[in-house]
Design a protein around this ligand. Sequence first.
Ligand SMILES: *[C@@H]1O[C@H](CO)[C@@H](O)[C@H](O)[C@H]1NC(C)=O
Ligand SMILES: *[C@@H]1O[C@H](CO)[C@@H](O)[C@H](O)[C@H]1NC(C)=O
Ligand SMILES: *[C@@H]1O[C@H](CO)[C@@H](O)[C@H](O)[C@H]1NC(C)=O
Ligand SMILES: *[C@@H]1O[C@H](CO)[C@@H](O)[C@H](O)[C@H]1NC(C)=O
Ligand SMILES: *[C@@H]1O[C@H](CO)[C@@H](O)[C@H](O)[C@H]1NC(C)=O
Ligand SMILES: *[C@@H]1O[C@H](CO)[C@@H](O)[C@H](O)[C@H]1NC(C)=O
Ligand SMILES: *[C@@H]1O[C@H](CO)[C@@H](O)[C@H](O)[C@H]1NC(C)=O
Ligand SMILES: *[C@@H]1O[C@H](CO)[C@@H](O)[C@H](O)[C@H]1NC(C)=O
Ligand SMILES: *[C@@H]1O[C@H](CO)[C@@H](O)[C@H](O)[C@H]1NC(C)=O
Ligand SMILES: *[C@@H]1O[C@H](CO)[C@@H](O)[C@H](O)[C@H]1NC(C)=O
Ligand SMILES: *[C@@H]1O[C@H](CO)[C@@H](O)[C@H](O)[C@H]1NC(C)=O
Ligand SMILES: *[C@@H]1O[C@H](CO)[C@@H](O)[C@H](O)[C@H]1NC(C)=O
Length: 836
Amino acid sequence: MTAGRALAALLALLLAASGQILQREASFTISLRTVDNVTVMIKLRPGVLPICRIRVKHAIGFELRIKPGDNTTFTFTCSTPEKYFVMEIQKNIDCVSGPCPYGDVHLYPPRLPRLNRTFIWDVKASTKAGLELKFSTPWLRQIEPGETCPDFVSYNINSCIDKATVNIGTFCRNGSVSRVKLLGGVVMSLHLPWDSPLTTSGFNIANRASIKRLCIIESILKGESSITLMSPNYPLGFPEDELMTWQFVIPPNMRASVFFHNYSLSNCERKEERVEYYLPGSFSNPEVFKLSDSQPANIAGSFNLSLQGCDQDAQNPGILRLLFQVVVQHPQVDENVTHLVDLSKERNMTVTIHFEGWPNRVPLMSEPICLICKDPRTCDRVLTLVSGAIYKIFFLCKDLSRLRITAEKGISCVDFRWCERKIYSLLVPKIITQLPIRLHKFIWKLSAPDLINVEITSPSLKLQQHLPEQRCNTSYSYSIVSATPETELNVGVFCPGGSIEKIQMRNNITISLKTYSKGFLNDSDQQDLKMSFVPHIKDESTFTVSPDPKAKVYLQTPNWPYGLPPYVSISWYVIVPSKQVARLGFSKDRMGITCETGRAYINIKEETLGAEEIVRREDELLPKPRNMYHDFWVNISSCKPVDKTQLTLQFWVSLADKQIDLGVILAVVAGIGVLVAIGLTVCCVKKKKKKSQNPMVGVYNANVNTQVPGKKGLFAKGRKNNESHVYAVIDDAMVYGHLLKESNGTVTPEVDVYRPFDGPVGSLPPSPPPFSFRKDVKHSPSNEELPPLTDTDHDTYTFTHQKLGQTEDNGDTNEKSNGDTTTSLMENKEQDGLAE
Ligand SMILES: *[C@@H]1O[C@H](CO)[C@@H](O)[C@H](O)[C@H]1NC(C)=O
Ligand SMILES: *[C@@H]1O[C@H](CO)[C@@H](O)[C@H](O)[C@H]1NC(C)=O
Ligand SMILES: *[C@@H]1O[C@H](CO)[C@@H](O)[C@H](O)[C@H]1NC(C)=O
Ligand SMILES: *[C@@H]1O[C@H](CO)[C@@H](O)[C@H](O)[C@H]1NC(C)=O
Ligand SMILES: *[C@@H]1O[C@H](CO)[C@@H](O)[C@H](O)[C@H]1NC(C)=O
Ligand SMILES: *[C@@H]1O[C@H](CO)[C@@H](O)[C@H](O)[C@H]1NC(C)=O
Ligand SMILES: *[C@@H]1O[C@H](CO)[C@@H](O)[C@H](O)[C@H]1NC(C)=O
Ligand SMILES: *[C@@H]1O[C@H](CO)[C@@H](O)[C@H](O)[C@H]1NC(C)=O
Ligand SMILES: *[C@@H]1O[C@H](CO)[C@@H](O)[C@H](O)[C@H]1NC(C)=O
Ligand SMILES: *[C@@H]1O[C@H](CO)[C@@H](O)[C@H](O)[C@H]1NC(C)=O
Ligand SMILES: *[C@@H]1O[C@H](CO)[C@@H](O)[C@H](O)[C@H]1NC(C)=O
Ligand SMILES: *[C@@H]1O[C@H](CO)[C@@H](O)[C@H](O)[C@H]1NC(C)=O
């Protein structure tokens, strides 16, 4: 007795301890009445391991089918059958041969095992009659294929026409779709997850008169809301030559707007694909639109929208599909405020009003919508106005700060005689700044034939280059890009209030004024940017800089940080007031590139008679900070680098009063006297370390046809723009051979481009060959192939300017040995000593 009890207790304990065993015992009885015509199917979820089984009496298996009239009791061999099994409950409703069971649709049979289940109602009906599926609140919301519902409860509606099935759509609960009317049969399925508490189907079926179309979907929108809907079969094609309608019930005090977000058209053989609206208050109903049209907006009240397909080309039918959104808003405060935008006097200008982030960002459908309207019914999220007309626009938008303006103006010069001496003001017109919308960008597109270039000036404000060292803090900036059909050169970002007086640029130029804050409204009165077309310039771009006496000015090569494209030359002309001295320094020691073809150079020269030219090649150290006493040029030209690293250079200029350096100047003037006494034509200053050189002389020649004995004018060849600088190259072993004894005795005549040298020389300074990055300028590498680089030293060296052909033996130094030479010597005072 006690033993039996103990055993029973133990058994109970064991059972309790193992829910598994207890669960295994749980059995289900499903009893199906014949009249209900319901079939229940329990089967393994595809792809799942067959660990769990179904036991019916003594039989065991993976699938169970319970037919109408069956009474089946079964158990699962595991405690969590919901992990392995799914259930399908299909009810066939035949409205053709018998009476149709209209009314609420129940989830029958009750007390089903907790498995993911799909209820399928397969309703056969005559195509002459309409069927209506009416949903109880909270109604339905259509989802895109692949989307899931938050509660995993979803409805799928399929229509059966002529044995073909059309997927009307997949829906989640909680939306605004209240009714779906269909023609003929429907296959309606409701998917419930195993743990769903739902006990009702949420819809009823009623019969209706024929609707004469594939379907009607009714949505009831209450309050501010939005709904997204798709054409049947989306993203696949809407059935050929079909018609369907969406009805929208909108409170009369609200406004609705329709947006087609995604559509495609099929290839119609006959008829045209279109949408038709019945709009409240319209005298021209139905209003017919193309799918590509801007759709009606600001609709005051309920309306309907029909989609009409066409007879498709059998060979290549294409796809008609549509995904659209209806947005319901309160009437906007601004809706009766019209803004006059008079572009009648503007030329070649477009003004686009758009949402923030356009065109890169597509606003989320849930975001509040701002509409810009040209007339009460033509509203869109983006509106473009074109010069030559007057517009009355208004905004349907709660928060105008979400809108932006982007405007573009084209200025072109076709014939230089027409644009010569014409000065264009690049100003944002008042019409634009007066609108209550923030200006995002104003773009000027300046175009001209190849040999006409562009000059911009900012006489009163002057421009500052935006650099890490000197950030623009103004409410707007100008981004300048020069472009050919093949390439783009980003000249830089500039803002008002700096020291750049003028920029000359080649190619077609785009200047984008970008605003950064509301402060632009205040600053817009002080814009000052002028543009004119100028004859062809020699460099890719030339900057005229007049530094502020108080601040250090930083300047930087274009296309930062990617670097100058190959064979581009850029020049800066820095103005030094007569009573002041400028200090010029580079932000790094070296150019930091290795050339594959051509050479990169920096040429610095004061704009005064006989001034020395400082030349640095890419394999040399850049000049140390130095004083400049006159206006001077900084010219930089790039080569084709061996790798992706292209030439980037930054330098600075600061001004100081001249007196400070007076003592030094005097000292150097004294030094010059000594040199002159020695009778040197050319002064050359060197450091001690000296290696083998391939000495060469570069000759600057303003006239192209420089031919040097035994040499071709290398850069005169194959270049298109004859007006560019031309730098001929002289093999100085021939011309100055007798001066080259210093150079280790190894006088290897150089065969191509100019290289800086450190032997004594008397000639005009070499300069780099200028190239455009334009494609049409052919660069012939065969002419430019260089012998392997020798390990060069990085001396600073200078040489005075002399006339071409001048050699040492003419002894003609007096001409150039003026104050300017003094400067050149002074620059080298830090060097170790004088050679020779
Ligand atoms: C049950 O469904 C079948 C198949 O659709 C149909 O032939 C039959 O008439 C239906 N029975 C009832 C009672 O609705
Ligand atoms: C189904 O069968 C069980 C026993 O197997 C019985 O208890 C139950 O009453 C039956 N239900 C119907 C509707 O016949
Ligand atoms: C049941 O439905 C849920 C939610 O849709 C899903 O995550 C789960 O994998 C389904 N289980 C089976 C066995 O299909
Ligand atoms: C229905 O949707 C609204 C907004 O879409 C949400 O706020 C609400 O919580 C949802 N209700 C249910 C029951 O999911
Ligand atoms: C529009 O259709 C394209 C192509 O099918 C798809 O990539 C894109 O996501 C769709 N956009 C929306 C809003 O559904
Ligand atoms: C669309 O609306 C108009 C006007 O309210 C109505 O006459 C017409 O029957 C409607 N059509 C459909 C298909 O709902
Ligand atoms: C705009 O004007 C119409 C007609 O004058 C008026 O009915 C409507 O209330 C006005 N809307 C607003 C937001 O003031
Ligand atoms: C107008 O601008 C475009 C480029 O935006 C240009 O091609 C065209 O020549 C310009 N017309 C005039 C008259 O300036
Ligand atoms: C902008 O920077 C300059 C110096 O670069 C300074 O003088 C000026 O006050 C700054 N302005 C503002 C608004 O910060
Ligand atoms: C500038 O644009 C004009 C007209 O669009 C074109 O003819 C010309 O070739 C362009 N110039 C360059 C350098 O790309
Ligand atoms: C514009 O200027 C006015 C007065 O001149 C000033 O009150 C306002 O704050 C300024 N706005 C901005 C954004 O700087
Ligand atoms: C620099 O370039 C300008 C403009 O192309 C030219 O006039 C000047 O002579 C050049 N200076 C030097 C030192 O190369």
